[in-house]
Design a protein around this ligand. Structure first.
Ligand code: EPU
Length: 420
């Protein structure tokens, strides 16, 4: 078993470059199934969820070659298997994208019910609603989903909840659907736009991605090759922005899209931190203890739920009492119990938590309860007095490439240790 051991009390300074977006990459990888030739993807994060996606695609017939540390080619000329490996697909959430992509490619697919972080109930009713609207039949039983169709026909899909996954799946399934599909109340996250840009680069006709009404005019075929670069990961960038604030540090974050971080930038300025934007870099620094605030997570362009635990660390040490209301996930405050072990004073109840700001955190053994909780604990360990050990690294490695190397390059005393 591996653990991260952090000797805290560090002020982070320096430059860091942002990887390609996890939540784009794990959608664009299955989206390549719509191309009957070779796709070259650049800026691909080398993380567990991407490696899992590649392993699953290979079992369907894809030939994948890493041609650089963050570049790969996928040859999908010969897709022969419509049964995705249940053990792998149930390990993470994004396996549900195989459904939309394989419906378009082969008109049928069987996958295991998606896994992923335990953030409370994670239904997929809106995905199923979209597939059925397009003319597919779905059956869920014994931990598997079978979806098939004779023909996909364009339709008007209204999402009852704003869902990133269902919006992307509806896009994937509608590219070849006869006629026009509209997706109303669509999610607007940068990775929705990225998936649409990728599909359009292949010749799809998708308009309005990034707004709440997306229109897809069905096409008969796509190009046989494309080279595409995945957008920078706004959550990794936000994690470093908040690490700069929590450690009263000074970090230049390179290779990011600052507009994707507007809600976080506003919050940082509001609590007394400093942010300077220049082209694709964000400079963040802070000298003093930050002020209390209220945060409510919302779909993009609201404050991202995937940065909620990281800002929780900042607010646990703010001057005064802060409140976070989590509106996306039922169970995203598990990290607060771990932060309390480090001296924080947080009371979480249901989807709200009250943060009584303390002056200092203290090192302790803690467990990453999910991906972003893990990132938050890394920040907490870096600023805490004394030594922090973080266990359960499988969550962190699903979504952050070289997390300890990147923080170490900013001055953190952090190492990965194999526990005997
Ligand atoms: N929902 C439904 N029915 C559905 C789908 C979603 O009720 O059919 C609800 C969910 O229960 C939730 C809300 O709608 O309350 C939003 O869920 P969404 O579908 O947007 O989430 P997701 O696609 O499963 C993605 C990211 C998450 C991120 C959320 C919200 C991936 C693989 N995951 O999940 O990322 O928190 O969007 O932005 O893209 C992470 O990276 O740490 C992570 C958890």
């Amino acid at each position: 078993m591996e653990k991260l051991v952090i000797t805290g009390g560090t002020t982070l300074t320096g430059e860091v470059s942002i990887m390609g977006a996890k939540n784009s990459a794990i959608a664009i990888l299955p989206a390549t199934l719509l191309c009957k030739g070779i796709c070259t993807l650049n800026n691909v994060p080398n993380i567990i969820d991407v490696n899992l996606s590649c392993q699953i695609l290979e079992q369907l017939g894809s030939k994948i070659t890493w041609v650089g540390p963050n570049s790969l080619t996928i040859d999908n000329t010969n897709i022969y298997n419509t049964h995705a490996p249940l053990d792998l697909t149930s390990k993470f959430r994004a396996s549900y994208y195989l459904i939309g992509a394989m419906l378009s490619r082969c008109k049928e697919i069987e996958v295991g019910l998606p896994g992923g972080c335990n953030l409370g109930a994670r239904p997929i009713d809106q995905h199923i609603k979209a597939f059925e609207a397009l003319g597919a039949t779905a059956n869920c039983s014994q931990g598997k989903i079978n979806v098939s169709t004779n023909k996909l026909i364009g339709s008007n899909i209204y999402m009852d909840v704003v869902s990133v996954g269902a919006t992307i799946n509806a896009l994937l399934a509608s590219v070849f659907a006869e006629g026009t599909t509209t997706i109303d109340n669509a999610a607007k996250e940068p990775h929705i736009v990225d998936v649409a840009n990728f599909l359009n680069a292949l010749g799809a006709d998708i308009r309005g991605a990034g707004t709440d009404l997306i229109k897809v005019n069905g096409v008969q075929e796509l190009r046989n090759s494309v080279t595409y670069s995945i957008v920078p990961d706004q959550i990794e960038a936000g994690t470093f922005m908040l690490a700069a604030i929590a450690s009263k540090g000074d970090i230049l974050i390179k290779n990011c899209i600052p507009e994707h971080l507007d809600p976080l930038t506003s919050k940082i300025l509001e609590i007394g931190g400093n942010v300077e934007i220049c082209a694709d870099t964000i400079h963040v620094w802070c000298k003093n203890r930050v002020n209390k605030t209220v945060v409510k997570t919302l779909p993009y362009p609201g404050f991202p739920t995937d940065l909620q635990p990281q800002i929780g660390v900042v607010l646990s040490m703010a001057n005064g009492t802060s409140i976070i209301n989590e509106s996306i996930w039922d169970s995203r405050f598990q990290y607060t119990a771990e932060l309390n072990k480090m001296g924080a004073n947080i009371t979480a109840q249901g989807k709200s938590a009250i943060f009584e700001g303390v002056e200092k955190l203290y090192g302790a053994p803690v467990f990453a309860t999910d991906l972003r909780a893990g990132a938050a604990l890394v920040i907490a360990g870096i600023v805490a007095e004394g030594t922090t050990e973080i266990f359960n690294l499988k969550h962190i490695d699903r979504g952050y490439e070289n997390i300890e190397k990147k923080f170490a390059s900013l001055g953190a005393k952090i190492e990965r240790v194999v526990e005997k």
